[in-house]
Design a protein around this ligand. Structure first.
Ligand code: ADE
Length: 421
């Protein structure tokens, strides 16, 4: 008997638009499609229940379809209250029969209700972007632990949380850190965040970046990508860092590096990509210039201290979608997307062609976890190298890029130690 699709989405009549979007994304996801074809034939996930807490976008829809084609029962909820594409959520339910619980702009309680609902499906595996599922399973819904055999995690912030849990020996099942795959962070975090963050800031403000001063807080892979793209748009880019090696790299990449307090009165745009809390706070807001634009592209909405900004402000009003004006004395400070991931709040997230590799890692990582969870400890594991390499090989092939191969003599040379000068 066909199961009834469960859902809590904004409006099922949006499904037609959502399907077009899903198909548009699919056309830039050849690696995931290749995996989907095999999954359709082999059904490696047959009968498994997967709870997935991811940004509900057209790209994620193609991942969910791939998992369903692989034989899984998929229960999807949002990993951020502002990142859901309502038309995509509608189409997932209506056209693809995928259980989906996500509404753009959902409040805190609804966000957690949705997480609870996907966990009530008694998943055998979790798929997280930010580790909210894992966190709830280990705190408020410990009864789920009996059934869960393993999971995957998409993002830097989630992997950091999970590694802390493993270090404190509280993690109760093994997790594959998709973020740590080279075909994930070198591309998604760098080129995906770089482009989509600029896209979000521009869609929200329609301001010119050329000739502006753009301050990037954090020079990890996301910060590197954002700084590179802001420079490409003609901004003078300042990097702020707390890590000496990353700061040195930023300086040698040709960026100005200085403490945030020194950058605060100079910047026209500020964007945090650190993964840490209270990066921009009272002392920075106090010295910013009139009209400064402040955004966050880190996973959680903790990087800008908006509580303190609210206290400092005599008024706050929404001046256009995703732009809130805070009046601080005679100055105006503009905060984008309520301090949430600006690339997903005001734009459409990373383009499909990078999510192609991220979600190929998710699919293969999950398949690996299903086959090997018995051999794994309650710890955080990388995507196996051969899978990472295979994803790169498939991506290159899809781009019609060919590369050289080592000759037998070269292979022998590389494994020798006695041939020197
Ligand atoms: N994270 C960043 N961009 C995304 C996208 N387009 N879909 C899903 N997750 C994302």
């Amino acid at each position: 008997m066909k199961e009834k699709t469960q859902h809590h989405v904004k409006d099922l009549s949006l499904a037609k638009l959502g399907k077009q979007r899903i198909e548009w994304a699919e056309s830039s996801m050849p690696v995931l499609l290749n995996i989907q074809k095999r999954f359709t034939k082999e059904k490696p996930l047959a009968g498994q229940t997967i709870a997935a807490c991811l940004h509900v976008t057209a790209e994620t829809a193609n991942l969910a379809i791939t998992l369903k084609e692989g034989g899984a029962h998929v229960y999807l909820c949002a990993s951020n209250p502002l990142s859901t594409q309502d038309d995509v959520a509608a189409s997932l339910v209506q056209d693809y029969g995928i259980n989906c619980f996500a509404i753009k702009g959902e409040d805190h309680d609804t966000y957690y209700q949705h997480i609870n609902t996907v966990l009530n499906a008694k998943p055998g595996f979790t798929m997280d972007d930010g580790a909210d599922l894992v966190s709830i399973v280990h705190t408020k819904k410990k009864n789920c632990l009996n059934a869960i055999l393993g999971g995957t995690e998409e993002t830097t912030t989630g992997v950091i949380r999970l590694k802390s849990m493993a270090a404190e020996r509280v993690l109760q099942y093994p997790i594959i850190a998709v973020n740590d795959a080279q075909t994930k962070h070198l591309f998604d975090n760098r080129y995906g965040t770089g482009q989509s963050t600029i896209d979000g800031i521009i869609r929200a403000t329609n301001r010119l970046l050329a000739g502006s001063v753009f301050v990037v807080c954090g020079y990890g892979w996301c910060g590197r990508g954002l700084a590179m793209r802001a420079r490409g748009m003609g901004a003078s880019v300042i990097i702020t860092e707390v890590d000496s090696i990353k700061a040195l790299e930023a300086a040698m990449d040709g960026f100005e590096v200085m403490p945030l307090l020194k950058a605060a009165p100079i910047g026209d745009f500020f964007c945090t990509v650190t993964g840490d809390c209270q990066v921009i706070g009272k002392k920075h807001f106090e010295v910013m210039k009139d009209g400064a634009i402040v955004a966050n592209s880190g996973h959680f909405n903790v990087e800008l201290d908006l509580e303190v900004l609210e206290k400092m402000s005599s008024s706050k009003r929404n001046v256009k979608p995703f732009v809130d004006e805070y009046k601080v004395a005679s100055k105006r400070i503009y905060v984008l997307g309520e301090g949430r991931l600006i690339n997903l709040a005001a734009a459409e997230g990373h383009p499909a062609s990078v999510m192609d590799m991220s979600f190929a890692n998710q699919s293969l990582g999950l398949e690996y976890m299903m086959l090997h969870h018995n051999e794994l400890k309650k710890d955080v594991y990388p995507v196996p190298q051969h899978l990472d390499q295979e994803i790169a090989r498939l991506k290159l092939a899809s781009m019609n890029i060919h590369i050289d191969e080592l000759s037998a003599a070269q292979k022998k040379y590389l494994s020798s130690w006695d041939q020197g000068t």
